[in-house]
Design a protein around this ligand. Structure first.
Ligand code: M6R
Length: 357
């Protein structure tokens, strides 16, 4: 039920702090330590390489998850789009573990890969929001997102839940491998939940930003470097699927290799700046597009912000920034669709779960 909300999407955006707190609670043991099923831990620890398979928004969460698993648990990870994997199967390692990420657990493209993975005899873990879904039943192991039903076609709370569960999976695997970690994930996720709340309370600001950057435009570009690049891809998908504005996400450094040709007077560029190591370079990319007439919407993280930034996000651990930086992008897309009288919850040509290949 959407209650007093005009759309499920807005309700689901608002539920994100709650969902995150629920995830923290569900993945804690009686001692208050993060914990996951021992069999899943064994599977993570025996794998020499992890293959993440997903589509759409879940694929974007997988890109973030690769960073977590490689940086924290130190296991190599490849992320593949389900529909491509079937034809372009990479050379597999000796002891692969497949992780399927799917909100619905019913995506046919992902299921096709799971069927062939099981035929080859490899272990599979499904991360899904729907217990008992096809991908959950057919995989060896399941991790649940605990996000509650997601009704709007545009995925919002499932994305942040996927990113959070992947962070927990990486952390618990690292601890099991005896690694000492420099941060306390439970504490950091708690800070993120508070930051999410602040952002959800700033809807008017995001409505204004959406109006000033997106009300009449035909297209929009999202840029970021490192983990911000992946969030930009997700922001672009969100904007295009519900507002029908042509939107693309790019790695900041790739602009000059072609895309910059598309910049015209007033083209909105939504730039994310949440990562210290690349702050100067992404700022450089913003200058390049501004010199060609672009209208920059800069979303930065507190501590890395500069005069003139459009919005400054509350500070969280920089690895967890996707959990907060995606919220302005979700809300900006929501208002862009609303202002254009689009059917926010049921965009044209799309279904909530894509059960055909
Ligand atoms: O249920 P799944 O996570 O497997 O769905 C994958 C995509 O179809 C889905 O994320 C889609 O891209 C969303 N509409 C994006 O908002």
């Amino acid at each position: 039920e959407k209650g007093t909300y005009p759309h499920y999407m807005l309700k689901e955006i608002d539920e994100q702090p709650l969902v995150l707190r629920k995830i923290i609670q569900k993945y804690q043991n009686d001692q208050g330590e993060l914990a996951i099923d021992g069999e899943i831990l064994n599977a993570m620890n025996s794998a020499d390489r992890i293959y993440i398979i997903a589509a759409g928004t879940s694929y974007h969460a997988g890109l973030v998850g690769k960073q977590y698993i490689e940086k924290v648990a130190k296991v190599p990870v490849e992320v593949h789009i389900s529909s491509e994997f079937v034809y372009n199967t990479p050379l597999l390692s000796e002891k692969p573990l497949f992780i399927f990420i799917s909100q619905s657990g019913e995506t046919a493209d992902s299921r096709a890969v799971l069927v062939s993975v099981k035929e080859m005899g490899y272990p599979a873990l499904t991360i899904t929001n729907v217990p008992g879904s096809t991908l959950s039943r057919e995989a060896d192991y399941t991790l649940l997102l605990h996000a509650g039903p997601e009704i709007a076609v545009a995925s919002t709370k499932a994305y942040t839940a996927q990113v959070a569960v992947l962070a927990i999976l990486a952390e618990v695997t690292a601890i099991a491998k005896g690694r000492k970690l420099e941060f306390n994930l439970v504490k950091e996720l708690g800070i993120v939940a508070n930051a999410m709340e602040t952002l959800c309370d700033s809807k008017e600001t995001f409505e204004d930003i959406s109006r000033s950057f997106l009300s009449t435009t035909r297209n929009a570009f999202f840029i970021g470097r490192s983990i911000d690049y992946y969030v930009g891809l997700e922001g672009a998908l969100k904007l295009k699927e519900i507002s029908y504005i042509q939107a693309e996400g790019f790695a900041g450094g790739e602009l000059k290799h072609g895309t910059i040709a598309l910049i015209e007077d007033g083209t909105p560029i939504i730039a994310l700046a949440t990562q210290e190591g690349v702050n100067l370079s992404i700022r450089g990319n913003v200058k390049e597009v501004v010199a060609r007439g672009a209208n920059p919407c800069i979303i930065s993280m507190k501590g890395l912000d500069q005069d003139g930034d459009t919005f400054v996000l509350p500070e969280v651990h920089e690895m967890l920034s996707p959990l907060v930086s995606v919220i302005p992008l979700q809300l900006i897309s929501y208002y862009a669709a609303l202002h254009r009288d689009c059917d926010v919850d049921k965009p044209r040509n799309l279904a909530k779960s894509v059960t055909v290949e």
